[in-house]
Write a protein that binds this ligand. Structure first.
Ligand code: PMP
Length: 427
């Protein structure tokens, strides 16, 4: 049993000493003290089904014993920088990551977060091509530092410190987008940005295959092949931000971009790759990677022994426990159940996503698609009270984000849907 300070004491300290912009998800902030696979426990020992941990970090399940053991064993032996010395875990994890990456993407730079991975990818794109302009998508999220905040296409995450030379293309999303599901049509906007907004040459293009923070928008079919071709024609390189959609989460593929049949020049990843450890990576070709040899490039803790030992264990668990298959089977089942719920409750405007990266958009008017922001908050709050945690996102806060640990079961899916159904029926 937990015998530490109360939730109220923790909250008081947090309000006094932690970043004032940290938000609370719930009216009474949840104080979590333990995690086990798809479950979380608060200080009173109450259990919650976690249908959002995947986006936060967790792929294999909270405190998966094999991952914990790998971290613990490495911690007991050595934790140090890998910038100067040989290290077994980072070499072996890089080898394993390269084998999971398509084409000749086989050189890995380790970082400590998704932001760092994307910052590095954007810098490599600019150095390698010698050009400056970057194209990203409206509504995308790529991180909180200079280049990544600039590439992020959501006003709620931008301060007035953005870089020049970053352009945001139309978001190719079928639910509200002007061209419906016509991916190549949206791709023309990228071509136009290159023509009218740049010197005709660009450094690169970055996008998520399924926008996470933005509210689970999957890129319209045919979008990436057309865009990648325009970008490469303009001398740029293509970056796939797989921080949320990578590592088996979409079920149908290991990487989200694979659903569009493209191969990027750089893949960036974080979150799920460490099952909760601060760990990120950039994977690219040896030819592109060479641009970083003309000057030093140092990251003290990128690829440190403890994080990479954990990362290697995560990959093994995903494979041994067939978690990608589970994401496909149970994720598809869950999506179908949510689609059935949409037939019953008019407030559900859209259900979308793939595998265990699912979204549900609530609207007060199905024709006008008016965001049901307050209702979303209400359902989310009530779900928490009934023991189920889901996330929320999108510019108007009216989209549920469902991204559980990959060990989520059919019974968990049923419980989530039944809870949602019960609450919506009473609204
Ligand atoms: N890219 C995507 C797609 C993300 O969702 C996030 C985090 N929400 C990031 C990059 C940034 O990762 P981090 O918070 O680890 O810096």
């Amino acid at each position: 049993p937990y015998d530490g300070p109360s939730a109220a004491e923790i909250l008081e300290k947090r309000q006094r000493h932690l970043s004032p912009c940290m938000s609370y998800f719930y009216k009474n902030p949840l104080y979590l003290v333990d995690g086990k696979m798809q479950y979380l426990f608060d200080e009173s020992g109450r259990r919650y089904l976690d249908a959002f941990g995947g986006i936060a970090t967790v792929s294999c399940g909270h405190c998966h014993p094999e991952v914990v053991e790998a971290i613990f064993n490495q911690t007991k032996r050595l934790q140090h920088t890998t910038a100067l010395y040989l290290n077994r875990a980072s070499a072996e994890f890089a080898d394993a990551l390269a084998s999971k990456s398509p084409g000749d993407l086989n050189v890995v730079f380790f970082t400590n977060s998704g932001t760092e991975a994307n910052e590095l990818a954007l810098m490599i794109a600019r150095l390698y091509t010698g050009f400056h302009d970057i194209i990203s998508l409206r509504n995308g999220y790529h991180g909180n530092a200079a280049a990544t905040m600039s590439a992020t296409g959501q006003r709620s995450f931008k301060y007035n410190v953005v870089q020049t030379g970053i352009h945001h293309a139309l978001n190719p999303e079928p639910y509200r987008g002007i061209f419906g599901s016509d991916g190549p049509k949206y791709a023309e906007d990228v071509e136009e940005i290159i023509t009218y907004g740049t010197c005709g040459h660009i450094a690169g293009f970055i996008a998520e295959a399924i926008q996470g923070v933005g509210g689970i928008y999957e890129l319209a079919p045919g979008y990436l092949p057309a865009v990648y071709s325009s970008v490469r024609k303009a001398g740029g390189i293509c970056i796939a931000d797989e921080v949320q959609s990578g590592f088996a989460r979409t079920g149908s593929h290991f990487w989200g971009f694979e659903a569009q049949g493209v191969v990027p020049d750089i893949i960036t990843m974080a979150k799920g790759i460490g099952n909760g450890l601060p760990l990120g990576a950039v994977v690219t070709t040896s030819e592109i990677a060479k641009v970083l040899t003309s000057h030093g490039y140092l990251n003290t803790f990128g690829g440190n022994p403890v994080s990479t030992a954990g990362g290697l264990a995560v990959l093994k668990v995903i494979e041994n426990e067939k978690l990608q298959q589970n994401a496909l089977t149970i994720g598809t089942y869950l999506k179908n159940q949510l689609l059935a719920l949409k037939e019953k409750h008019e407030i559900i405007g859209d259900v979308r996503g793939r595998g265990f990266l699912l979204g549900m958009e609530l609207v007060t008017d199905p024709e006008l698609k008016t965001p049901a922001t307050l209702e979303t908050l209400h359902v989310m709050e009530q779900m928490k009270d009934m023991g189920v945690l889901v996330g929320k996102g999108g510019l108007n806060g009216n989209i549920f984000r469902i991204s559980p640990p990959l060990c989520f079961t059919r019974e968990d899916a049923d419980f989530l849907v039944a809870t949602m159904d019960y609450i919506m029926s009473k609204m």
